[in-house]
Design a protein around this ligand. Structure first.
Ligand code: GDP
Ligand code: MG
Length: 218
């Protein structure tokens, strides 16, 4: 029986945690949003949320609070509030690091020398107008996503171990059984099969109440 083998394969790949990051297409590149979104999708990201906004200088100052006091801060605020931006919540494995990699170095001119295929090399203008933004850590991703999508995210984004612990508790026990069964059966449409299996084996499914007594007409 191949049962044990299948079980092992599934258990070795329990990395189901999907990381999120914030991408911003800055005012100078917002006209190229479609092209940049295509690159994003081709790179294996899912775009979870998208919003075109025009931030005020005050909002921009809050967003970039970490740079307050730096020489370039006033012109950064003027630039980022000069027109609409496109904010995107991106998801994939290693989203934060991978998006930063795709974006390239901060200074467009350096990016053109060292990372000619990066988004900043392709769409940026100079050391400030560099086409796109990417969160640099878990905590900045969480803060920046909340900042630009205040209504849609209520819970903090679980990061690292917290996310793994959460998934281990509420999803993995059921999901791993489903994946094991999926590997055994190899159905033609594995995604739909798994979705159906999960619905059928949902440990949280509401109990079916006794049907209400039908009142007899008088
Ligand atoms: P990032 O994380 O690569 O975006 O870079 P930083 O967080 O250090 O800076 C935020 C943004 O400020 C950059 O994306 C640039 O638009 C701008 N910026 C950073 N450094 C400079 C600089 O030395 N001069 C100017 N004019 N702008 C800068
Ligand atoms: Mg930064």
């Amino acid at each position: 029986m191949p049962e044990i083998e299948t079980e092992t394969i599934v258990m070795e790949h329990p990395q189901i945690f999907v990381e999120r990051t914030l991408a911003v297409i800055k005012p100078d590149a917002v006209d190229k949003s479609d092209e940049i979104e295509e690159i994003i999708l081709r790179s294996g990201f899912t775009i979870l949320q998208k919003r075109r906004v025009h931030l005020t200088p005050e909002q921009t100052s809050d967003f970039y609070a970490e740079h307050y006091g730096k020489m370039f801060f006033p012109s950064l605020v003027a630039y980022m509030s000069s027109g609409p931006i496109m904010a995107l919540v991106l998801a994939r494995e290693n989203a934060i690091a991978y998006w930063r990699e795709l974006v390239g170095p901060t200074n467009t001119l350096k990016a053109r020398e060292t990372h000619p295929d990066s988004i900043r090399a392709l769409y940026g203008t100079d050391d400030q107008r560099n086409a796109v933004h990417g969160s640099d850590t878990f905590s900045s991703a969480e803060r920046e996503i909340r900042f630009l999508f205040p209504d849609s995210i209520v819970e903090p984004i679980p990061a690292g171990q917290a996310a793994k612990d959460y998934l281990s508790k509420v999803v993995n026990p059921t999901l791993l059984k489903g994946l094991t069964e999926l590997c055994k059966q190899k159905p033609e449409d594995p995604i739909t099969w798994l979705a159906d299996w999960l619905i059928g084996h949902n440990p949280n499914k509401p109990r079916i109440n006794e049907p209400y007594a039908v009142e007899e007409p008088n």
